[in-house]
Ligand binder design. Structure first.
Ligand code: ZN
Length: 366
């Protein structure tokens, strides 16, 4: 059957707690996209959703069409809601583990689209994992590459309004539609979905308990609800991949300069990748030719080790050992290699560093 992640937009509302209770009863964890104004109005209801384990994301402060806003106005909409959400998570006593964003009406901002995507990336937003979505509709619309969270199926239940011809039957038709005009076929074997649902008191008024009616039906049809997972968008992953490839190329070059073998180079880079902190130090040095020094082992930073290395090399020279002449590539590689070793067992290195202090006190070496 198909698998799906449930997202519910426009919270908070009066009916939010009832929907949350239903989700808890069915063990469904959903991502709720909040409108700042609505959260301010129904703050306790939003707190309740967080405390019951739901994830709350940003859906702008006042639900505008982003293509009608300037870039500054769009960013202000996001940031104003971020302030509301920060207060909300604090009040609920829940740690905010992820920041997700969905554009109102799926309007990605028209001519500001790329600038808004960059803004969201630079401010640490992630998206609901969508690598499992393989439909051509999703790919053709470039949705894998974007950092905001879109959907593959819209229940459309928000259109159930007084005087509207859209009814519960219209929703059931959509669920079983085998040729949707947009989005993906929901009940197709083996498909993956991000479902768009809404918490609207207007819908509740027209069709009380609508969430139970439609979500129960999906469960009866065998739809399996998955736990939401988050990750950078494909575009961001591609940038990471390129950055990593460049670091690997550069470390290989350093290794060649230092006279090391291909296998040594491979092992060196592998070691860097296994130590998250050191890879970051290495990347920072690559970019700036300065040391970041965030990573410390037994109180020593990479710069401390580098300094010790210089002393260490000098000490060798003092002993008449000419084969270890100063070599910047070698020195840099040695410092990183030592730190990798120190991560596993710092004791022998710390002892050595205390003993060897370079040319100023060569007696300490003998
Ligand atoms: Zn909305």
């Amino acid at each position: 059957m198909s698998k799906a992640i449930l997202t519910i937009d426009d919270i908070a509302s009066k009916n939010t707690p009832a929907i949350v209770d239903y989700l808890c009863e069915k063990h469904i964890k959903a991502v709720l996209f909040a409108v700042g104004e609505n959260v301010e109005k129904y703050f306790d209801e939003a707190v309740y959703a967080l405390q019951k384990g739901m994830i709350i994301g940003n859906h702008s402060y006042s639900h505008p069409s982003f293509s009608k806003l300037s870039l500054e106005e769009g960013i202000a909409e996001i940031e104003k809601n971020e302030e509301v959400l920060t207060r909300l998570y604090e009040k609920a006593g829940v740690a905010r583990e992820v920041k997700v964003f969905r554009f109102p009406y799926g309007d990605k901002g028209g001519e500001n689209k790329e600038a808004l995507q960059s803004y969201l990336r630079e401010h640490g937003f992630k998206k609901l994992t969508d690598t499992q979505i393989t439909s051509s509709w999703y790919a053709e619309n470039g949705l894998h590459a974007d950092i905001d969270t879109f959907w593959t199926f819209d229940f459309g239940e928000w259109q159930i309004r007084e005087g509207s011809s859209f009814s519960a039957d219209s929703v059931f038709d959509r669920i079983h539609d085998e040729k949707p005009t947009y989005g993906d076929v929901l009940l197709q074997e083996g498909s993956h979905h991000i479902l768009l649902f809404h918490a609207h008191d207007e819908t509740e008024k027209q069709l009380p308990g609508y969430h139970r009616l439609f979500l129960d039906h999906l469960l009866e049809c065998g739809v399996e609800f998955e736990e939401p997972r988050f990750e950078p968008a494909d575009g961001q992953k591609e940038l990471l991949r390129q950055a990593l490839a460049e670091l690997k190329r550069w470390s290989g070059e350093l290794c060649r300069q230092a006279g090391k073998s291909e296998a040594d180079a491979e092992q060196f880079f592998q070691g860097l990748c296994e130590s998250e902190g050191l890879l970051r130090e290495f990347a920072y040095y690559h970019d700036t030719h300065r040391f970041l020094c965030e990573k410390k082992v037994a109180g020593y930073s990479i710069a401390d080790i580098m300094v010790w290395q210089v002393d260490h090399f000098k000490a060798y020279l003092d002993r008449g050992d000419e084969c270890l002449r100063y070599d910047s590539a070698r020195l840099l590689l040695a410092s990183f290699s030592i730190m990798m070793e120190m991560e596993k067992n710092p004791v022998p290195y710390v002892e050595k560093m205390k003993r060897e202090s370079g040319t100023d006190s060569p007696e300490a070496f003998y």
